[in-house]
Design a protein around this ligand. Structure first.
Ligand code: FCB
Length: 513
């Protein structure tokens, strides 16, 4: 069954481990195999009743209201001004990889239209813009000198953001590795961690006089899963060994990149945008609860624990160290005491333990004994992702509890609805308004319950190239006509503008407390 793109990837992880690895590589997991598997389904509130407000809800003073984008998804200009080829250029140019043959060659043409994009954010009263740097635009082959024309582009964007009183929040890696580094082994090659540190230093040197807030990576667990194991994203590998090795290199790169950035700009605030899903046990059984904890470790902690605590998550006691090529001293190298934790959250996962029979017939349970699925109770977006605002509350409060109340930024949340302009040209995307309203209410509760959340970034500023889906999924607060490149602020963008201006959610009489 095809689940959401990330949940599917994790099911695929479970399935492919079976074939690929000898069981002896792993030590046994801690799940008790004789617990009953007959417990009833955990009762859950319906999403309608999870969060509602009959009066205005204020957000903390100086809260950041933003949107997020990524270079490959919006810039276009894939081979202009000395830019090198990225793995996404190569992947999208390979027939059959992207829905309807879409590519990011032009995308939203933001490389040329960035002034319009800043104007959109001004019109929405935003004070934070999370965007990414294309590595091959500023360092075409992934090593060596900077491409000054690429740097100039980002420099202009940073200056224009600051002039508009919008905080530039930069992601250093949102999935577009220089193809030359892929040809040298890509993320499975541990040298890539050193290349990454050099690149970070180069960008910090060029822009760090004006940029204070940085993310090293966007969703490491998504790009190593989808790109190296499932093969549905660039570079399109289907290899468990590559997945494991790439995971370790990225963890090392988080450490090397963090130190490079701090060495160049000591006062920089540095985080990573982690892809997170609240992992709920399918039933009350002990087996399912343990499985949900393992799923949490794999989904939410695989790149966070190494950075903050210098080790892989303890719930995954069966780490294949030899296959991952973990060397002595690596645990210290992975450490990166992040200044904030970025949370990208769209949905939850429902987790169950594999049955005894499944265990017998699938050796993968040695490595990753969980079964994950999307939730089925909430309404679905056009992408098929379940709307479940409680998941944002759950993750923000859990991270707060488990990591000693860190600073949190919501670096992405959003929904795909393909509403277009009506006869009068208005895009009435009321379902998107409802989505953001509910997720923001969940967030407000988390803040009231102690989470130190500093900002919320809607994915996305405008409709854009949605990876393997091409242009089929529209996430924007602004509509993009991809034939004319005209941008039109949707009703959701207007609503968000009011929220940002008042730093508060208006009362919603339709769903009183
Ligand atoms: C996230 C990605 C982002 C976008 C949204 C819909 O996983 O970080 O680039 O594709 O999903």
């Amino acid at each position: 069954m095809r689940l959401t793109r990330r949940e599917f990837a994790r099911s695929a992880l479970a399935a492919s481990v079976a074939a690929a690895l000898p069981a002896g590589l792993f030590s046994a997991c801690s799940v008790s195999s004789n617990a009953a598997h007959t417990a009833s389904v955990v009762p859950l509130a319906s999403p309608r009743n999870q969060f509602a407000n009959s009066s205005e809800i204020k957000f903390p003073k100086n809260f950041f209201w933003g949107t997020a984008t990524a270079a490959y998804q919006i810039e276009g200009a894939w081979n202009e001004d000395g830019k090198g080829e990225s793995i996404w250029d190569r992947f999208a140019h390979t027939p059959g990889k992207i829905n309807n043959g879409g590519t990011g060659d032009v995308a939203c043409d933001s490389y040329h239209r960035w002034r319009e994009d800043i104007a959109l954010m001004r019109a929405m009263n935003l004070n934070s813009y999370r965007f990414s740097i294309s590595w091959p635009r500023v360092q075409p082959s992934g090593s060596g000198p900077a491409n000054s024309r690429g740097i100039d582009y980002y420099s202009r964007l940073v200056d224009a953001s600051l002039e508009a009183r919008i905080r530039p929040m930069l992601t250093l890696y949102h999935w577009d590795l220089p193809q030359a580094l892929e040809d040298a082994g890509g993320w499975p090659n541990r040298d890539t961690a050193s290349r990454f540190a050099d690149y970070v230093e180069l960008v910090a040197h060029a822009l760090g006089d004006r940029v204070s807030d940085w993310m090293l990576f966007n969703e490491p667990s998504a790009f190593v899963d989808l790109g190296l194991l499932e093969g549905t994203h660039a570079p399109g590998h289907k290899s468990l060994v590559d997945f494991l090795r790439a995971s370790h290199t990225v963890n090392l790169a988080q450490g090397t990149g963090f130190r490079a950035l701090k060495a160049t700009r000591p006062s920089a605030r540095v985080g990573t945008a982690f892809s997170m899903s609240a992992c709920e046990p399918a039933t009350n059984s002990e087996e399912d609860r343990l499985a949900a904890e393992r799923a949490h470790a794999m989904t939410n902690l695989w790149f966070l624990e190494p950075a903050l605590n210098g080790h892989y998550p303890e719930a995954l006691a069966f780490l294949p160290e030899t296959v991952m090529r973990i060397e002595s001293g690596d645990l210290d190298k992975m450490r990166a005491p992040l200044d904030f934790i970025g949370i990208n959250l769209y949905y939850r996962a429902i987790v169950s333990a594999p049955s005894a029979l499944e265990r017998l017939s699938h050796a993968q349970e040695w490595l990753f004994p969980v079964k994950m699925a999307g939730g089925g109770q909430g309404p679905k977006t056009d992408f098929g992702w379940e709307i479940w605002p409680q998941a944002l509350y759950d993750m923000a409060t859990r991270i707060t509890r488990d990591f000693n109340r860190p600073v949190i930024e919501i670096t992405e949340s959003g929904c795909s609805y393909n509403d277009g302009p009506d006869a009068s040209g208005v895009i009435r995307d009321t379902r998107r308004i409802d989505y953001h309203r509910q997720y923001l209410l969940a967030l407000a509760r988390a803040i009231a319950d102690g989470a130190d959340v500093r900002g919320y970034h809607a994915w996305s500023l405008m409709d854009n190239f949605e990876w393997a889906e091409g242009f089929n999924q529209r996430f924007g607060l602004a509509y993009v006509n991809f034939k004319t490149q005209q941008r039109t602020i949707k009703e959701s963008g207007r609503w968000y503008a009011n929220v940002a201006a008042s730093n508060a959610l208006p009362p919603n009489p339709a769903t009183p407390d």
